[in-house]
Ligand binder design. Sequence first.
Ligand SMILES: NC(=O)c1ccc[n+]([C@@H]2O[C@H](COP(=O)([O-])OP(=O)(O)OC[C@H]3O[C@@H](n4cnc5c(N)ncnc54)[C@H](O)[C@@H]3O)[C@@H](O)[C@H]2O)c1
Length: 340
Amino acid sequence: MRIGVIGTGRIGTLHARTLSRHREVGSLILTDADPARAQELAHRLGETAAPGVDEVFRWGVDAVVITAATAAHAELIGRAARSGLPVFCEKPIALDLPGTLQALAEVDAAGTVLQMGFQRRFDAGYAGAREAVRSGRLGRLHTVRAMTCDQSPPPAEWLPLSGGLFRDTLIHDFDVLRWVTGREVADVYATGSDAGPAMFREAGDVGTGAALLTLDDGTLATATATRLNGAGYDVRMELAGERDTVVVGLDDRTPVASTEPSGPPPADKPWNGFLERFAPSYEAELAAFVEVVRGDRPNPCDGREALRALRIAEACELSRRERRPVALTEIADQDRPPRA
Ligand SMILES: NC(=O)c1ccc[n+]([C@@H]2O[C@H](COP(=O)([O-])OP(=O)(O)OC[C@H]3O[C@@H](n4cnc5c(N)ncnc54)[C@H](O)[C@@H]3O)[C@@H](O)[C@H]2O)c1
C-alpha cells in the first residue's frame, strides 16, 4: 500500500514515522507547502518526497493522510474524494461549518472514506471510561469533568490559524465527551480569559476557556482548557454516577501535586505534551486507518463525528462572544447542505 502524507509539520512527522514502520505500508509520498521540510523527513525515513500536492495525486497513492495546517484540510479532502481515495484527516475538517459541510458533501458524493484524527477514541483510559458508562458500573451518570491543559502555548503566529481554543483544543474534549457518554450536547454556556501573555488578546483568542455543557439526558459536564499549565500536560476526564466514579488520565505522570499529608507524591516525570501522552493512540488510529483502507474494518470515526464536535465548539464560541447560553439547535440551523 502506498500512502500520501500531506503536511510534514509536528503531527505529520509523527504520522509519517508511524506509517513508515507499518508492515502493511509499502511506501510513502510526503509533501509539504515547504518542500524542504518534506524532503528532509523523506530522507530521514527512506521515503519519497513530492514537490507538491499535485504530484502526490499524479504519481498515484492508495490513500491520503492530511496533516497540513487546518485551513488546507477541506480542500484537500475534496480533492482526495474526487480522486476516489480514502482519507485520514487531522481534526478539524475546517474552521467553520460551511467549509466542513462542503468537504463532507464531496466525500458523500464520491462515496469515499474520511476517517478523522480524534485519537482519544483509541486511548485506553477513555475506552475504559466508555465501558464503565455502558456497563452500568457508574449507575446514572450525573457529572462529567473534562480538561485539557497544555504546558506551554504554541508559537504566537500559529494562534490566528488555529481557530481558537474551543475549535482547536476543546474540540477533542467535545468529541470524546460524546463518544464516552453516548449522549449529545443540548446546550452550552462558555467563557474564556485572555489574561496572561498578550499573544492571546492579539490573536482574538483566549488562553484559558471553560464550558458548561448540558447533555440531552440531563447529565452536566464541564470542559476546561488552558495553554498555560506550568506543571505539565494534563488531560483528564472524571465521570461521576449514582454508583461509582472513574477518572481518565490519572496516573503516576499526571502533573498535579496533592496538598494532603497522605496524598500521593508529585509525578517524577509529568507528561510534557500530546505527542508523548497520546503516542499509543496516534499509532492505533493509523493502524485502524490501514485496516479501513484494506476494507478490513468499518471507519471508526467518520466526518459526521467531526461535524458534531465542531458544532459544539461553534456554540461555545457564540456563547463566549455573546455571554449567553446557546442551544445546539441554534447551530444546527446553519447545518444545511451547500447548494449544488
Ligand atoms: N490530533 C491531535 O492531537 C493533533 C495534534 C496537533 C495537531 N493536530 C492538527 O494537525 C494539523 C497540523 O498541525 P501541526 O501541529 O502539525 O502544525 P505544523 O504547523 O507543525 O505543521 C503544519 C504543516 O502543514 C504545512 N502546510 C500548510 N498548508 C499546506 C498545504 N496546503 N499543503 C501542504 N502542506 C501544507 C506547513 O508548511 C507545515 O509544515 C492541524 O490541523 C492541527 O489541528 C492534531
